[in-house]
Write a protein that binds this ligand. Structure first.
Ligand SMILES: *Cc1c(COP(=O)(O)O)cnc(C)c1O
Length: 355
């Protein structure tokens, strides 16, 4: 918990926009809550901590982040419990990962009292924006970018840290068709794949578009050296259920250490399901699919929680996965996590933080 307190200058909006939002029809990432947090790093320290009305930032065209991509982000969610409490899911894990991303991108760490403490202040102010409908939540976007007005290639001396939030609906998507990608890569060993930095996502758009033109919803990325091992799926971690075992690639310098992934692993272990975190070859997955031993495969990440696959395409052959039932692992684990995060079941792992 916060050891020091940072004071935020709070300026409340005079014109709440909440009445303009159709909470029964929320589109992901399009409506923004009333306030945002902004802290500025300058002369070796964080300061000018403010919580102010959501609005535009005024930046120089020479702002370093816009040119060389020194920018990182997080994605997390808050939920409303049946008694109206606002609950954050594992925020310290996002804070720690943010600072690992910062280190990799040569950026300063953000102290806990700004990241977690400031976020709590922000959510207290905008608690009415945390929706309470089934499957709804408040998506939280903390990010940091290099703010020097300078176009030499170097680590910036000034940074903005910003948090804004968006009420979001149930992200249920029908099971997706994924394609094993063997030409393009998302990340290479020794690169920045383990950091949540902007460039990773910019670089993934083109291969994803090509796959969509071929009729697939999403990609399964393979290793950069040989394209033999599974890495991630789109912007999610990837998990397989083979012969009743939960199997997922071990995290590495090219795989992001997802909070959803590790939560699912913990639940799997709690249910006494054997869990294997190791290198997973494409051949192993395709063999299992051919032999009917691939019970389920899915992406895991904060936005959708789980995104099950209906088909995996490999070398122009589509392998169909079994239809999901209410007993399928991805369905059960999603339900378990949703109940825990919304305070509708006991928080046996101590993952929720009350705002
Ligand atoms: C954010 C992200 C994930 C999922 O992480 P969560 O903490 O579960 O949201 C997985 N892979 C990539 C590449 C990501 O950017």
């Amino acid at each position: 918990m916060a050891t020091e307190t940072t004071t935020f200058e709070i300026r409340k909006t005079q014109h709440s926009r909440i009445a303009e939002v159709d909470f029964s029809n929320l589109v992901f990432g399009r409506s923004f809550s009333d306030h945002m947090l902004v802290s500025i790093y300058k002369d070796g320290q964080w300061g000018q901590n403010q919580i102010i009305p959501y609005g535009n930032l005024s930046l120089s065209p020479a702002t370093a982040a816009l040119h060389y991509g020194q920018t990182i982000f997080e994605g997390m969610k808050a939920y409303k419990s049946p008694d109206g409490e606002v609950l954050l899911f594992r925020p310290f894990d996002n804070w720690k990962r943010f600072n690992l991303s910062a280190q990799r991108m040569c950026m300063p760490a953000v102290p806990e009292e700004i990241f977690v403490g400031g976020l709590q202040e922000l959510l207290r102010l905008d608690s009415d924006w945390v929706p309470e409908g089934a499957g709804q939540s408040l998506y939280i976007r903390p990010y940091m970018f290099a703010a020097d007005e300078y176009i030499g290639v170097k680590a910036s001396d000034t940074y903005y840290f910003v948090i804004f939030t968006c009420p979001v609906g149930n992200y249920y998507s029908k099971p997706v068709k994924v394609k094993v990608e063997k030409e393009y890569i998302r990340a290479a060993e020794g690169g920045v794949g383990a950091a949540k930095c902007g460039g990773n996502y910019g670089g993934s758009l083109y291969p994803a578009r090509l796959a969509q033109q071929q009729g697939y919803d999403q990609l399964i990325w393979t290793d950069a050296k040989e394209h033999l091992y599974v890495e991630e799926s789109g912007t999610m971690n990837v998990m397989f259920v083979i012969d009743g075992r939960l199997i997922t690639p071990a995290v590495s310098s090219s795989i992001l250490d997802g909070v959803t992934r590790k939560s699912i692993i913990a639940v799997g272990e709690y249910w006494n399901i054997p869990v294997e975190q190791r290198r997973v070859s494409v051949d192993e997955v395709i063999e299992a699919a051919k032999e009917g031993r691939l019970d389920a495969a899915f992406g895991a990440g904060t936005a959708a929680v789980v995104s099950p696959f209906s088909h995996i395409a490999y070398e122009d052959v589509d392998y169909a996965l079994p239809e999901l039932t209410e007993n399928s692992f991805p369905v059960r684990v999603k339900d378990f996590l949703e109940k825990l995060r919304t305070g509708r079941s006991e928080d046996i792992f101590g993952w929720n933080l009350k705002v």
